[in-house]
Design a protein. Structure first.
Length: 297
């Protein structure tokens, strides 16, 4: 009887492990925080309701929500990615792998995470309004901290590629000037690096290709991201800021510097379009297009 009981318990345990929902890591965007009840806090609650038993870790940089918001502007993206890498490696609930959802600039950070920190493995990366080829223009600032936004603008006007600005201002670290491509490649400490613009880091491409899916959501009326095609890895044709090249016409794709061409051929790149402005989507859209196809495993 004891042997039978042990076998039953072992079987039940293995079934619960098999049927467990993959954990989810969230990373918020500029001007937001990990736990704002009206933004990522609401997303976390929605996921927990729709995926009973799911573990959701929402990235916080700093000791509280105020520091988390400030660090979305005045910090170093490379240090943040390294910090989050150490955090998820130390989290026993994530050791078997996880899905991730990045909102706006948080999507670039999560992509850097999968490229630089392959263990534990990221399975699906959902980029909601992420600027994967960077931006050329500072938008209206979310939130109510007008003083902080004005300070950011002043620093960008001082020069996005000035060493002090580049190393301390998050938005400068994914600033992509199409009129000065060589300076961008030489001095960008973050976005040019994770896009293999100057040199090719083969581990970046190899690690990115371990994803089951890279889901890229573009907002069709986005007034925050310039150009909005950056959300699908498109960007301005070098040397000007009018004509935008779609991903498949960029050297990033044709030279396959990041493995995107190979991922595309394998059906791992998913291009989703969402009506509305930046990060404006309904619960129904999110459930049908994100939760059910990519998170309900």
């Amino acid at each position: 009887m004891r042997l039978i009981a042990c076998l039953v318990l072992a079987l039940a345990s293995s079934l619960s492990i098999t049927e467990a929902v993959t954990p989810i890591v969230l990373w918020h965007g500029m001007g937001d925080s990990c736990c704002n009840p009206l933004s990522l806090g609401a997303i976390k609650r929605m996921l927990e309701k729709q995926l009973p038993g799911v573990y959701v870790y929402s990235v916080q940089i700093g000791n509280n929500m105020v520091e988390d918001i400030e660090n979305g502007f005045l910090s170093n993206a490379n240090k943040q990615v390294e910090q989050v890498c150490q955090t998820i490696r130390a989290d026993p609930k994530l050791k078997g792998g996880y899905n991730s959802i990045g909102f706006s600039q948080g999507a670039q950070f999560l992509r850097a995470l999968v490229q630089r920190c392959p263990n534990p493995p990221m399975r699906n990366l959902v980029s909601i309004g992420g600027q994967h080829q960077g931006v050329y223009g500072f938008p209206r600032c979310p939130g109510t901290n007008v003083t902080l936004c004005n300070y950011v603008r002043e620093l960008l006007n001082l020069g996005a590629y000035v060493s002090f600005v580049q190393n301390n201002l998050i938005q400068a670290q994914y600033w992509h000037d199409p009129l000065n491509e060589e300076e961008y490649k030489q001095k960008s400490i973050f976005i040019a690096d994770i896009n293999n613009e100057l040199t090719v880091n083969r581990s970046y491409a190899a690690n990115l290709q371990t994803l089951k899916n890279l889901v890229l959501v573009k907002f069709l009326s986005d007034s925050m991201v310039q150009p909005r095609e950056s959300e699908w890895f498109g960007f301005y044709q070098p040397g000007q800021d009018k004509t935008v090249l779609p991903l498949r016409n960029t050297t990033l794709y044709t030279q396959d510097r990041l493995g995107l061409k190979a991922m595309d051929a394998a059906g791992k790149l998913k291009f989703l379009a969402c009506e509305g402005d930046h990060l404006q989507f309904t619960d129904t859209w999110f459930t049908q297009n994100i939760v059910k196809p990519y998170l309900s495993n």
